[in-house]
Design a protein around this ligand. Structure first.
Ligand code: ATP
Length: 298
């Protein structure tokens, strides 16, 4: 799969103080319950994946983590979300922007509409923070390089393809230098080459930046994250390492055995899969899935 891995960082010392704390959060859109008693904390610099099927509540949880919903009209029916112990509602807009940035699935919705070029779009949010010009320029340069947008810097943001706009949204969020970057299916409309390019860039992000990567597929998340949360009908079904995720029965049901087997093979190639651990309780099914995959391997 050609992924870059963060797993080598898994033993990095973590601050005992959480950056973002979600405690017993339950939430409903009108009468439809979406999150059910979710407790989860994100440490500074932690690389966390939130995985689950369509409608499991990933986007909603990601927005709560990034402080989006408390700004709207919706209220939690139970529980709280705090950043360094403070409620999002207590923080002013600039502090919130510096704490966490959310990049959604529809990149065009995130363009400011005020920038004529990609370069200006990346500078827009950072400019709103009132930073000195040289600092803005430096941030724009770094984010542009990181998201491989140099050749598009003079283009009209609205003329970019979907995948390019997604990279632009990520660059604009990074230029805000948040402590947490919350990405909702960031490679959803990427071709494999763009996906691997973004994953390679992700590996170069500052260690202290927390990443929350939400996805409906396993592959990219396996390359980025060191901790995996499985969301199932608004509840946390699993929270732990990659091996535990891939051997969890709901993972196989939600993502399918071929995806689980592929992810396990990836970990095995990195010597991160514990020897003798079966990926599924059903060895016959595993043999059926793995035989053609192994035969196709170079
Ligand atoms: N604004 C809204 N009003 C009413 N219901 C909503 C709203 N947004 C989401 N929902 C519902 O909440 C549930 C969870 O949606 P959410 O977008 O959080 O899931 P998801 O796991 O991100 O899904 P996907 O993988 O399809 O993006 C779904 O049943 C969805 O229909």
């Amino acid at each position: 799969m050609g992924h870059t891995s963060f797993h080598s960082r898994a033993d990095r010392r973590r601050s005992p103080v959480a950056l973002i704390d979600v405690e017993h959060l339950s939430f409903a859109y009108d009468a439809v319950p979406v999150l059910d008693d979710v407790t989860l904390s994100v440490a500074p610099g932690e690389k966390l994946a939130i995985l689950g099927g369509n409608g499991s509540g990933k986007t909603t949880l990601a927005q709560w983590i990034a402080g989006w919903l408390p700004r709207g009209t919706f209220k939690a029916s139970q529980g709280s979300v705090t950043i360094e112990g403070r409620s999002w509602a207590e923080l002013d807009a600039a502090t919130r922007a510096g704490a966490a940035q959310f990049v959604g699935q529809v990149p065009m919705q995130q363009l400011s509409g005020f920038a004529f070029t990609v370069r200006d779009e990346i500078a827009f949010g950072a400019g709103n923070l009132g930073l000195p010009e040289p600092e803005i320029r430096e941030r724009v340069q770094t984010a542009t390089a990181m998201c491989n947008l140099g050749h598009l810097a003079d283009r009209d943001p609205f003329s970019l393809s979907g995948g390019e706009q997604q990279r632009l949204s990520i660059a604009a969020a990074m230029a805000m230098r948040p402590r947490a970057l919350v990405l909702d299916e960031p490679t959803g409309n990427f071709d494999p080459e763009s996906r691997d390019a973004l994953l390679a860039q992700m590996a170069k992000l500052p260690e202290e930046l927390a990443i929350v990567w939400c996805d409906v597929t396993l592959g990219a998340a396996m390359a980025v994250a060191e901790r995996f949360v499985l969301l199932d009908a608004g509840r946390i079904a699993y929270d732990g390492d990659a091996t535990g995720l891939l051997t969890h029965p709901r993972t196989e049901q939600i993502f399918g055995l071929p995806a689980v087997a592929e992810a396990a093979l990836l970990l095995q190639a990195q010597e991160l899969w514990p020897e003798g651990t079966p990926i599924s309780a059903d060895p016959l099914k595993v043999a059926q899935v793995l035989r053609p995959m192994l035969a196709a391997a170079p």
